[in-house]
Design a protein around this ligand. Structure first.
Ligand code: HEC
Length: 293
């Protein structure tokens, strides 16, 4: 009973703590429905805990007043031999399980048939059959070895590791090229980078010679289009503005939009090539146009 009283005192104490917490919440204007729900859930939880404790205490009290009598087990009876044999006969007559078969187990009653002649001071040996799982593994690995040998070394149907490596590397190369080509086409005016490595400049020059010389001349000196070698730019001389001019063009002034004709990679190479023309001396430079950079 004293425990019960203690329990309820504790319960009330915790309840008032929660009440105080709730008041605090309201005081700081952060009092939301969620808080009420949480408090409610906590109260329910506390109630459940209290009930469980109450139950425990009452069971304990009952146990102290009148302890339950634990029945003392009778000692296990030893089997007579014929009784034991009967159980073995029963086991023998029942169908062997998959496990017994797999393990190659024989019922105890068959032991006398499996006894070896070998006898050492009354200790004898059983000629147990090899378990099925072992046989499967054993003959399976022989078969595997034979198939492997024929496949890899006699008929050479499948490639050996070294060949396999070469094949993988080749296909990776193809994938890499495809990826790079795609990645190259992901370039736009925002991501294009200055790159004056010879391959890039050469690639840009090739595209330039094919598409741009009619209006900008071979050396970039300019005819219909402006001089690309000087420091004057109508549409900006940074890599990204050049890229943009080529990509979108200035159709109303006679500069085609190359977006549809050239890939982004080609446009980037071109932009780098045009930047590399800066400071070169064309044969007939066109007069400066635009603003000086
Ligand atoms: C049909 C003639 C023509 C062809 C072909 C041509 N352009 Fe132009 N390009 C022009 C004209 C005209 C302008 C000037 C546009 C303006 O006045 O705004 C120009 C302007 C430019 C500019 C901007 C120059 C500046 O000062 O801002 C760049 C860069 C340029 N072209 C690059 C190219 C490239 C690269 C090619 C080849 C892919 C090319 N152009 C092909 C006619 C051409």
């Amino acid at each position: 009973m004293r425990r019960l009283i203690l329990l309820f005192t504790l319960l009330f104490a915790s309840n008032s703590t929660w009440a105080a917490a709730a008041n605090n919440g309201r005081g700081t204007n952060n009092f939301h429905t969620e808080v009420i729900v949480v408090l409610f859930l906590v109260a329910v939880l506390l109630l459940i805990v209290a009930l469980v404790l109450l139950k425990t205490v009452s069971v304990m009290a009952r146990e102290i007043k009148s302890p339950t009598q634990i029945p003392v087990n009778e000692p296990a009876k030893m089997l007579e031999y014929h009784e034991w044999e009967a159980t073995q006969e029963y086991i023998k007559s029942s169908k062997p399980s998959i496990w017994t078969k797999l393990m190659g187990l024989r019922p105890l009653s068959e032991e006398k048939d499996m006894m070896l002649d070998h006898d050492f001071d009354g200790i004898t040996e059983l000629d147990n059959p090899t378990p099925a799982w072992f046989n499967v593994l054993f003959y399976g690995s022989i078969l595997f070895g034979a198939v492997y040998l024929l496949n890899y070394h006699v008929f050479k149907w499948s490639p050996l590791q070294d060949e396999e490596y070469v094949i993988e590397m080749k296909s990776a190369e193809v994938e890499k090229a495809a990826y790079l080509a795609k990645a190259g086409n992901l370039i736009d005016e925002n991501s294009v980078k200055i790159d004056n490595s010879p391959e890039i400049i050469a690639a840009g020059k090739a595209v330039y010679v094919q598409n741009c010389v009619a209006c900008h001349l071979n050396d970039g000196g300019g005819s219909v289009g402006p001089n690309l070698t000087d420091e004057f730019w109508i549409h900006g001389g940074t890599i990204s503005s050049i890229f943009k001019t080529i990509k979108y063009g200035v159709p109303e002034k006679g500069m085609i939009a190359w977006e549809k004709t050239l890939t982004a990679k080609q446009t980037a190479d071109l932009s780098n090539f045009i930047l590399s023309l800066k400071g070169t001396k064309p044969a007939n430079p066109k007069e400066p146009q635009g603003v000086q950079l």
